[in-house]
Design a protein around this ligand. Structure first.
Ligand SMILES: [Zn+2]
Length: 340
């Protein structure tokens, strides 16, 4: 029954999608020819992003000079996110869509590719593709080589976040050259903050005793962070299809935790913590902390509701339970740096 329901929902989704696209084709065909002229006449760019950390990085470069919409709601599994009809309309009205790429936003990408048939001037910027090539891809526990989808979580390494910021600046300058100075200044200020963050994390990670520099997480999102700071991801609980692990997988993880003597294991802000709690209990680990990769801390108005705020929050929850300290991070201001 649930399968039927799922199929019906899928058919409804596809039907709605097709009708919307036909309508949009009629609306947009009248304006395509004028698009380049519109850019020249100072039109505010409509920019759509995917996950909140990327939205916040883009915000710090673009400030208030663009209309910015992040599509993936916080607390939602970004790996399986499907745009709803109102998102499809937003995507087809976009001038620029900025995503991570590496298969993270497959469903969003499909909608953009469909929209491109009617509005060929929508630009798609895939930040991960501009940051590393295939030799830099990491395959691991939940993203095994056999499935050919590399671990997509580049942004959890602040050095990659710097590249995301620079790629965004270059694209905005290309599409909106009148605001070149504004985007350049914002980028310089933001890169300075990210360098401070990177240095602070380096010091904090070094304060963790070497034998404790091991990450065992529910969601497998630390692949690009760990090598930057001499840490090792020793395992991830979540299977590659984002289902729940089997009892055999759980038993193996418990044995591994006991053998490696890790002092803490890490749950995810988006996925259920029930299994992580069970593993910790059976392995005799006292501390389960929650790490974030998609959802920013605080509410929308909090100064730490930012990418930098998320990383500082993560370091509190990661470094301290592993036996280190975060004093190198206390002077970092997580607030947005763009000029209003
Ligand atoms: Zn993720």
């Amino acid at each position: 029954m649930s399968e039927n329901f799922f199929n019906n929902a899928k058919i409804m989704f596809v039907a709605t999608f097709t009708i919307l696209l036909s309508l949009l084709a009629v609306v947009s065909s009248t304006s395509i020819d004028n698009q380049n002229l519109v850019y020249a006449a100072n039109k505010t760019l409509n920019v759509i992003t995917s996950v909140s950390p990327i939205t916040n990085i883009v915000k710090n470069i673009a400030g208030d000079k663009i209309n910015l919409t992040g599509l993936v709601p916080e607390g939602v599994n970004s790996h399986t996110f499907e745009p709803v009809p109102s998102d499809i309309i937003k995507l087809s009205n976009a001038d620029l869509v900025i995503i991570n790429g590496l298969f993270l936003e497959d469903n969003m990408e499909k909608v953009v590719n469909e929209s491109l048939k009617n509005k060929p001037d929508i630009q798609l910027l895939k930040l991960a593709d501009g940051t590393i090539n295939s030799t830099g891809w990491i395959f691991d526990f939940s993203f095994p080589k056999e499935q050919d989808h590399p671990n997509p979580h580049l942004w959890l390494n602040p050095v990659n976040a710097m590249k995301f910021a620079n790629l965004t600046k270059d694209k905005l300058i290309e599409m909106d050259p009148n605001n070149t100075d504004y985007y350049t200044e914002n980028d310089e200020k933001y890169i300075a903050l990210l360098k401070q963050l990177d240095e602070g994390i380096k010091t904090a990670a070094q304060s963790v005793p070497p034998e404790n520099r091991k990450l065992l997480t529910y969601h497998d999102s630390w692949a690009y962070f760990a090598p930057r700071y001499n840490m090792t991801v020793i395992g991830a609980v979540q299977p590659s299809d984002f289902s729940e692990p089997s009892p055999l997988d759980i038993a193996k993880l418990i044995d591994q935790i006991k053998a490696e003597k890790v002092p803490a294991i890490f749950a995810s802000e988006v996925f259920s913590n029930r299994i992580t709690d069970q593993i910790a209990k059976e392995a005799g680990v006292d501390i389960v902390q929650t790490l974030r990769d998609d959802a920013l801390p605080g509410d929308l108005t909090s100064p730490n509701h930012t990418y930098v705020g998320m990383m500082l929050d993560n370091m509190e929850h990661m470094v301290i339970p592993l036996g280190g300290n975060t004093s190198s991070l206390t002077n970092i201001n997580p607030a947005n740096t763009y000029t209003p």
